[in-house]
Write a protein that binds this ligand. Structure first.
Ligand code: NAD
Ligand code: DAU
Length: 358
């Protein structure tokens, strides 16, 4: 039975990935989820599997060498899937230090512990040990509005402290592959959306605000472009890269689904109105009057767009969920899980929201 060590599995993409993996492989795999449970980590995201005998949660920090080493000593880890990170650009602009610590030093520690556990005295590695580093398209910088795509060969040009710290972590993984022949892959993915995303990010923030009748804060002119991918398609890509991809390679993951932010916000309003029952009183306030243009994000990247040619040609991966279907599924999920939203938006979240948007 294969054992996975997943870091950051209580966050948005990590928890969707764990659900996807148990859905696909059932009890043929074991998953150990290592998560520090920062504001973004929520055990409720995995409540339905916490009693599964093949699932173990370890509450620890990826920077803690003793804790990570202990996991490798006590378990024969076959796969590492490294999601854990500080992930929100706006927070990185306010407080870059924690991004350097978690994303750069934390990744350095994960690599060192995996190498220590896996490397043989002659410098080789057992055939089936693999480390996948989950990264982002933001490391490539920003594209002009009128064209171009991010390829695996595009030079790195990060702009925010978040993307700079992710670029640093990618470079460490590359260095391990080049120096130690460390068995790894890197995936660079575009913007994800779907269930369990923390409402500091555009889509869940807009859904939550609209339902509450709060204004919908659009940065700048609202014409920045992101390339949106349904989170389950990302989970499937990660699994396929580990099982079918060539070791030491980077794969870009995205769906050719570019949208301006303002289009996303208008779509959310439209779909919410379609989904609300006729007699729901929230119909009265959910309309485009809620849209408020606010001060732009500092250093705001204009456009991201992934060219997923390599992952398609080599592995056969393509997105399966079209945006129209994915956004409806997502909105329904938040509708049906308003208790989840209430839990994550209590206390600290309101403090963050007031500081960020006041
Ligand atoms: P998230 O913020 O929702 O979750 C991050 C998780 O990591 C949380 O569970 C948190 O508790 C955990 N964590 C943070 N610091 C930790 C530490 N020091 N030790 C252990 N655990 C820690 O993030 P996400 O959106 O799910 O992103 C996951 C990964 O995917 C990140 O590496 C991110 O850079 C990358 N990524 C995200 C997107 C996106 O659109 N969200 C797109 C491409 C790549
Ligand atoms: O591209 C992949 C990246 O996507 C990931 O690496 C990051 O972890 C993830 O957070 C995401 O980064 P973005 O900055 O693109 O996502 P965010 O949801 O914060 O913002 C999406 C766009 O919406 C961006 O252009 C900023 C804008 N925005 C965002 C918020 C929160 C607004 O206009 N208003 C808002 O309130």
């Amino acid at each position: 039975m294969r054992t996975y060590l997943v870091t950051g599995g209580a966050g948005f993409i990590g928890s969707n990935y764990i659900h996807y993996m148990f859905g696909k492989y059932g009890n043929d795999i074991r998953i150990i989820n290592l998560d520090a449970l920062t504001y973004a980590g929520n055990p409720e995201n995995l409540a339905d599997i916490e009693d599964n005998a093949n699932y173990t949660f370890v509450h620890a920090d990826i920077c803690d060498a003793d804790a990570v080493r202990k996991i490798f000593e006590e378990n024969d880890i076959d796969r590492v899937v490294h999601f854990a990170a500080e992930s929100h650009v706006d927070r990185s602009i306010k407080d870059p230090g924690v991004f350097v610590r978690t994303n750069v030093l934390g990744t350095a520690n994960m690599l060192a512990c995996a190498r220590y556990a896996w490397e043989r005295p002659d410098g080789t590695y057992p055939e089936d040990k693999k480390f996948l580093h989950v990264s982002t398209d933001e490391v490539y910088g920003s594209l002009p509005e009128d064209g171009g795509y991010f390829y695996e060969t595009t030079p790195y040009a990060p702009h925010s402290p978040y993307s700079a710290s992710k670029a640093g972590s990618d470079m460490l993984v590359r260095a391990y592959m080049d120096t130690y022949h460390f068995p790894a892959n890197i995936t660079n993915c575009s913007n994800n959306y779907g269930p369990y995303q923390f409402p500091e990010k555009l889509i869940p923030l807009m859904i939550n605000n609209a339902l509450l009748g709060r204004s919908l804060p659009v940065y700048g002119d609202g014409k920045n472009v992101r390339d949106w991918l349904y989170v389950e398609d990302h989970a499937r890509a990660i699994d396929l890269v580990q099982e079918k991809g060539r070791l030491f390679e980077t794969y870009n993951v995205g769906g050719h689904n570019e949208k301006q932010n303002i289009e996303i916000v208008k779509t959310i309003i439209e779909v919410l109105r379609e989904e609300l029952p006729d007699d729901d009183p929230r119909r009265a306030h959910i309309n485009e009057d809620l849209i408020t243009y606010v001060e732009d994000r500092k250093g705001h990247d204009r456009r991201y767009a992934i060219a997923p040619d390599k992952i398609k040609a080599e592995i056969g991966w393509e997105p399966e969920t079209m945006f129209k279907e994915g956004i409806r599924k997502t909105i329904r999920w938040y509708f049906e899980h308003q208790d989840w939203m209430e839990h994550v938006t209590s206390g600290q979240y309101m403090k963050y929201y007031e500081e960020m948007y006041s």
